[in-house]
Write a protein that binds this ligand. Sequence first.
Ligand SMILES: [Zn+2]
Ligand SMILES: [Zn+2]
Length: 356
Amino acid sequence: MEKRDYYEILGIDRNADSKEIKQAYRKLALKLHPDKNPGDKEAEEQFKEASEAYGILSDNQKRQLYDNYGHAGLSGQRGFSGMDDIFSHFGDIFSDFFGGDIFGGGRHSRPPRPPRGDDLRINASITLKEAYTGTKKALELVHHQLCSLCEGSGSKPGTDPQSCGTCQGHGQVVQRTGFMTMVVPCPDCGGKGSVIVSPCKKCKGSGREPVTRKVSATVPAGVDTGMRLRLAGEGEKPKVGEPGDLYVFITVEDDDKLVRDHSDLYYELEIPFTEAITGKKATINLFDENIEFEIQKGTQPSDIITLKNMGMPVVGKNIRGDLHIDIKVLLPTDLSAEAEKAVNKLHKLLYSKDKK
Ligand SMILES: [Zn+2]
Ligand SMILES: [Zn+2]
């Protein structure tokens, strides 16, 4: 849908002064206010439209951009995301208009949500043994926060940024290509409208500085690659408001001996063919723990012995996967004459019809 002209929306002349603009908006807002038109979608849309028009035309800089380039001149500006946004924006104007409480304990006077710091992310690599037992991991977190010297302005304390000469402080410049006229962010100030003349020594004008912080993460038994742990309140700490959270992204390293499949573990065990034939008691070492089990008489190459509930723990549950012992039967390749005689004898015993 074609965007309507802001002057037309407010029903005012292009030369209207700020008082006339405010009066026009006040009239419309009184008529279209959602509390006066509950459930009326059309009124709500018109209210939003009028608020947007007022937001632009009541701001001299934005109004000038709009006068010169129309809606295209405001392409970088943010609109309102919803009603609450409008009320938090024009809250004081509403109380000015309506004497504070005309709509009954106004939603427009709701205090703004307290600011909250950014969430941060850190990667942590742990061994399969650590994933098996659970562990405490000391991590070093490097992140950026507002520069403590210039408090984020980027300017040397005591100095101020200057209005950008290229865009005269508008943050936007007009580019002409053939018949096309486009408004683009100013290349010299990056759209900020101001430039730092004396950069802060500590952050070199960026307004942010790196900080290193030690954090300790409790990694529960059973974690797997791709899981993440949330450390509440360990994210960015803003000057005012709640800190964000820190997310620890886990990678579990491969193990030399064990292969993991979700909560199951696979262990490859080589045994001589004689033991496969006769069977035996076997022991393997699983993460510094001796596990005993029985290799049955007549075990075949590639048989898998499954030990129930001896695998990986499952995070947050009191259960475990299974441990699978993958049996590899070794055959001798270099027999002594005596051993060969014995094998021949064994062969006759086992397979010849004329056993003797
Ligand atoms: Zn600084
Ligand atoms: Zn500029």
